[in-house]
Design a protein around this ligand. Sequence first.
Ligand SMILES: Nc1ncnc2c1ncn2[C@@H]1O[C@H](COP(=O)(O)OP(=O)(O)O)[C@@H](O)[C@H]1O
Ligand code: SF4
Ligand SMILES: [Mg+2]
Length: 337
Amino acid sequence: MKDPILLDVRGLRTVFDTRAGRVCAVDGVDVIVQRGECLGIVGESGSGKSVTFASVMGLVRPPGRVEAGEIIFDGVNLRQLPPRQMQALRGRDIAMTMQDALTALNPTLTIGEQLAEMLAAHADDLPRSRSDRRRVIRARSVDMLTLVGIPSAGDRLGQYPHEFSGGMRQRIMIAIALASKPRLLIADEPTTALDVTIQAQVLELISNLRAEFGMSVVLITHDLGVVAEHCDRVMVMYAGQVVEEGPTERVISDPRHPYTRGLLASVLRPGLRGQPIRPIRGQVPELIDLLPQCRFMDRCPEADEDCRHLIDMRPVGPGRRARCIRTALPTTEKAKA
Ligand SMILES: Nc1ncnc2c1ncn2[C@@H]1O[C@H](COP(=O)(O)OP(=O)(O)O)[C@@H](O)[C@H]1O
Ligand code: SF4
Ligand SMILES: [Mg+2]
């Protein structure tokens, strides 16, 4: 039987050496993605979400580098893979759509050319003759674009990225990411720049394609509402670390970390319309020379002197962990204590 774990990241540490000092963007992060699941990654901007998955993809560029940790994808240790093999794996087995579609797409190539490049590089069933190849690739490109909801796809293959709207570009990037039928799709804030209706369509599309291709999805977002609707499990990141993780329903109905509670209070939730939105006070700290204490301490309404030391993730229920000294007990038991 196949290992149910597709991606297993342990102790990932990614740093950027800057003039101001060493930015530790990702500090001891563990991630597990099961086959076929959708894992949500949430946290405010600057929490280390994008850098975590850029590290998995081998896309961290100097002055950044992955300093420590293991990245095992389907049994293969990606950190030990030669660059050429890593490049082949990227796109074919793992694909990532970037936060900003306009910079991620190549502005000098038409959509058709970019799709064709991906399809040609990753399909092993293309006909030998050049004209037949071209015909098949074109037909598949039209299929892919139609699948992601681009109308009259055949006519639009010859257009450049800037000729499409933001929502269309996100869909095109998803189409290119899916052209190789990856086993893992990492979607980095796929809907942040989009209006609400298009957001829903793009997320629906990702969910449908996940079912169709049987792939796993990592959905990076700062919106817990999106996670609630689409993800089986959720990982909450803060200041370069994971602070809470578990099955989505459990985490949202009974969050154990004060930061998760803060995030929940700061988003609109269906059914809680009348409730005011309370943003978390303060800001994500700069990830340079952090003190050996709970990183959320400055902003935490429950902080006291006991929080002034390094805090590990600890189990807080079946399949659940949180990084807080005070929330290890279920709320009911806490009330009794
Ligand atoms: N190229 C870079 N140089 C220096 N610091 C960086 C660079 N890229 C990201 N960082 C830092 O890494 C941290 C995490 O960034 P990121 O993963 O993009 O956060 P998120 O995706 O959660 O918003 C931030 O503090 C950011 O300033
Ligand atoms: S360890 Fe202390 S400061 Fe950190 S989240 Fe828990 S209560 Fe707040
Ligand atoms: Mg990001």
